[in-house]
Design a protein around this ligand. Structure first.
Ligand code: TRP
Ligand code: SF4
Length: 405
């Protein structure tokens, strides 16, 4: 059972503030965001509280990293006109939802999330036996659920967190979505759509509940999406009524798996700051050239006259990304026959990476020179995000009987 409404699905994703981004982020994440921002209502944010879960002992770098990262988003083409860009800690409602969700989250759910033990192992030098670190995925659930996001673009390593978020939403709706007079309220809400729509809704609901007809489910969701004169609360009720549960206050999100970036690092491993194998988006052109010219090649190809094998050469994946068919054939043939040298082989990549980075760098420079503009973009985004977050919190508080006088 999914709850992504067929239209206007909201997309939400976050990045921890790691400072300047590199080509791995660009090809793995940002290009995807840039496409999504035109198709969906996108919310992208800096997960600065998540950074604190591991860097609580020295958070001093977080503000600068946040600023630099947002500049890289903007420079790469993430647009404040198309997407809402904000900073997690500036929307304190995330923390409130995190707290409320923590009341009903079984400890075991958090302890069995694979990243919990993995990261503790990986970051051995840090003491991560903290309450905050255990709650990392739950904070992420709050990030997602507070915007009722339908789709969450994430890498493989984050899928388990989205899965847990689905379980949290289901549990929440199960516990707090049961109004004593739910069916009556849903029937009333249905009538507000008008006779014709109400009849159609009944027919679709029956087809879904009695025959499991998925098509009817999507059509009925689209019908609800199109209703301008019913309240959000009524819409949630009808969604829940449609699927046979209680009121659906927090919809279950779906992960949108970002294909593993084809962009490896300069040494063939995953491109990552911790492996010192990156080309940053703001790498100076000379530095780009130097890094590429000195990157390792097929280790068997020692002399210029030795034939090589692109399959084992870290340069080849770069050609797969940057070079057209004919250039790729030139590499394959020239390498295997020792007709081209490695520097010659790398030159088209040097040119392509520089050409790719030039407009990004000039944009980044523009934004760097206008820090107030960047601040305004973030402030506006935070305001917009907060408006949505407040709406959800009003519903959540109500559902949890926190609507005191
Ligand atoms: N945990 C994510 C990461 O490390 C960042 C993140 C925080 C996130 N909250 C999120 C991603 C919500 C998607 C949705 O990459
Ligand atoms: Fe690698 Fe190109 Fe050299 Fe072949 S010619 S080993 S593909 S750099």
């Amino acid at each position: 059972m999914t709850s992504v409404s067929s239209q206007h699905a909201r997309v939400l994703s976050g990045m921890r503030p790691t400072g300047r981004l590199h080509l791995g982020h660009y090809h793995g994440v940002l290009k995807n965001w840039i496409e999504l921002q035109h198709e969906y209502d996108c919310f992208f944010f800096v997960a600065d509280w998540h950074a604190l879960t591991t860097d609580y002992d020295d958070p001093s770098a977080i503000p600068k990293s946040t600023f630099e990262m947002v500049i890289d988003w903007l420079a790469a083409g993430v647009s404040a006109n198309s997407a809402t860009l904000f900073v997690q800690s500036r929307v304190p409602e995330h923390a409130e939802l995190h707290l409320l969700l923590s009341m009903m989250t079984p400890l075991g759910w958090l302890e069995r999330v694979p990243s919990y033990k993995d990261q503790q192992e990986k970051l051995k030098e840090k003491d991560l036996a903290t309450y905050g670190f255990l709650g990392y995925p739950l904070l992420q659930s709050a990030d997602i659920l507070i915007y009722k996001a339908g789709l969450v673009p994430v890498g493989e390593d984050q899928v388990a967190h989205v899965e847990m978020t689905r379980e949290i939403a289901r549990r929440f709706n199960h516990i707090y979505g049961r109004e004593p007079d739910f069916a009556d309220k849903a029937e009333q809400a249905k009538r507000k759509m008008g006779k014709k729509n109400a009849k159609l809704f009944d027919k679709l609901r029956r087809a879904y509940q009695e025959q499991g007809d998925q098509e009817s489910l999507s059509v009925a969701r689209a019908l609800l999406d199109d209703q301008a004169n019913i309240t959000l609360g009524d819409r949630d009720r009808l969604l829940g009524y449609l699927e046979g549960g209680g009121r659906m206050i927090l919809p279950e999100p779906q992960p949108l798996l970002t294909k593993a970036s084809k962009m490896p690092g300069l040494d063939g491993q995953k491109m990552s700051k911790s492996y010192a194998n990156t080309i940053s988006l703001r790498e100076a052109p000379d530095e780009v050239e130097k890094k590429l010219r000195t990157m390792p090649t097929d280790p068997q190809r020692i002399r210029r006259t030795d034939p090589g094998n692109p399959d084992v050469c870290p340069v080849w994946p770069f050609h797969r990304i940057y070079s057209d068919e004919s250039c790729q054939q030139w590499v394959q043939a020239g390498c295997r026959s020792a007709n081209i040298g490695c520097l010659e082989c790398k030159q088209p990549i040097v040119d392509a990476v520089r050409a790719e980075l030039a407009p990004i760098q000039s944009q980044a420079q523009e934004f760097e020179q206008q820090p107030d503009l960047v601040r305004t973009i973030i402030n506006d985004g935070c305001e917009r995000a907060r408006d949505t977050a407040r709406e959800t919190m009003a519903e959540v508080r109500h559902a949890m009987s926190l609507n005191h006088i």
